[in-house]
Design a protein around this ligand. Sequence first.
Ligand code: AHR
Length: 615
Amino acid sequence: STLTIDASKGRRIPDTFFGAFFEEINHAGAGGLWAELVKNRGFEAGGPNVPSNISPWSIIGDDSTIIVSTDRSSLFERNKIALRMDILCNQPQSCPSGGVGISNPGYWGMNVEKGNKYRVIFYVRALGGIDLDISFVGSEKGVKLASKKIKASGQKVAAWRRIETILEAKDTYHSASLQITTSTKGVVWLDQVSAMPLNTYKGHGFRNDLFQMVASIKPKFLRFPGGCFVEGDFLRNAFRWKDTVGKWEERPGHINDIWHYWTDDGLGYFEGLQLAEDLGALPIWVFNNGIGIHDEINTTAIKPFVQEALDGIEFARGSPKSRWGSLRASMGHPKPFDLRIVAVGNEECDKSNYQGNYLKFYKAIKKYYPDIQIITNCDGSEKPLEHPADLYDFHIYTNAHDMFSQSTKFDHAPRSGPKAFVSEYAVWHDDAGNGTLLAAVAEAAFLIGLERNSDIVPMVSYAPLFVNSNDRLWTPDAIAFDSYQHYGTPSYWIQHLFTTSSGATLLNSTLEASTTSIVASAIVYTNSEDKKNYIRIKVVNFGGDTQNFRINIKGSKVQSSGSKKTVITSPNVMDENSFSNPNKIVPKHTVIEEAREDMNVILAPYSVTCFDILK
Ligand code: AHR
């Protein structure tokens, strides 16, 4: 097969081409990117009624030494549940050594690392004084990794009081718990117990290693916070942005019913905007449009939802003097966020009220914010939309062969009218396992197809981005992690080959293929490190045979040295990465000894090969 490239002609790929989609799914945020260690920190996960389930907190002590219950005496209006401990024992007589109290295992164990510091904050009230031990405890033997004593006399804690302290770990344990214990008889209430590592990205609360994984795919946009998370199985559990901003202690949290877990909404709307800014990506806010998975608001009653979306835009980009912009400013970000694109919901086009609701949102947003681009989730790739839009959302989850063949999907899509935002793509089910080479190679072909059609597909992102391996509700995902480690799936590493595509020049190229298993494209980009111009040729071989491949560059000279080859492949198509072998399938780089305008190369079976040829 031959790829003939005309390096003298091309067209610019949009700057926004390659991005990321963050959804609160698989504990991506709570117990993931959001570095909070305490799970159910406000004791709200068991619901608003008492007595309530305080899981995963557990009690240290027995009936004769401590009684733990919940009541509705919290200081915070929107999350009334507080924890009450009646301590029946008294040191030295009847308390067990180490005292009695409560323990939190975090999200399948807290990662506590030697030398790291953790800010522990909690609210406390007591009848009498308090004499509490706050500790990180590791291993079954109860070894203390860090500990602080907090003492206060009766008067000081007669009303709710905020306590803040720093714990410094003396040792490392990846599966630690936070314990609050005492050996002093009395009654103590606790609420909003938080433990955050100090070394989050810029102190913004994002777990550093996971942040870096996203940053290294250089996303030019960040779509958030969902996905179906935005809709909720039922509207009463949808993501309501106003409940996720302001002080963390005052956020009510909510049941992420579609993905089956409680979230404290520590990573809320503000943090999503901050995350996009920290990544150097444009935020794309997906808001709830009055439609859940199983219920919907009639268009005649949609007005409050429209106002909620307008308020959300004002929060993001209004002046610090505006009603909602001032709340943003009070959270430490007086400068508006660069919100230019919003999506009216997620996947509701076939719902009875979608079109009606959509128009109400569209008209109101265009009236107050005419520059904002609006995304519909009705598919405009086959037939014209029935309503105005700047972009239409397109999702594809399919098997590997179909994904490979979908590389031509947009070849015949309308060239006028709204453009396509491919905000979710992935090979899934049998071909994908937890992230196979087979899936990744097929996705590379699909991405090459999008690159070739980037005149009408200005944005693309993989989904889902993250999975906590303890909660693989949706698989595969791009980045897998647990409390302390992570790895990228082959699909994640494929994305690395496209990070240079945003803002690059797509070259005219023609593929004469002797097999149907090859897909290829060529771009010119400037390397951000050496500032030199490279022709990047990406070739997918979606077949089990080695292929001879000819690259024929016309219209430009190339340097004989300074070029390199990157290959993603593995001996078996169903191979995956894992915690024990995270680098089994990653890009492998080699130097091209002598590059020429006309070269013959070899393509490994089921591989993606990327040639960076120095111009
Ligand atoms: O990416 C996982 C889910 O797939 C998203 O929440 C939804 O938009 C799609 O159905």
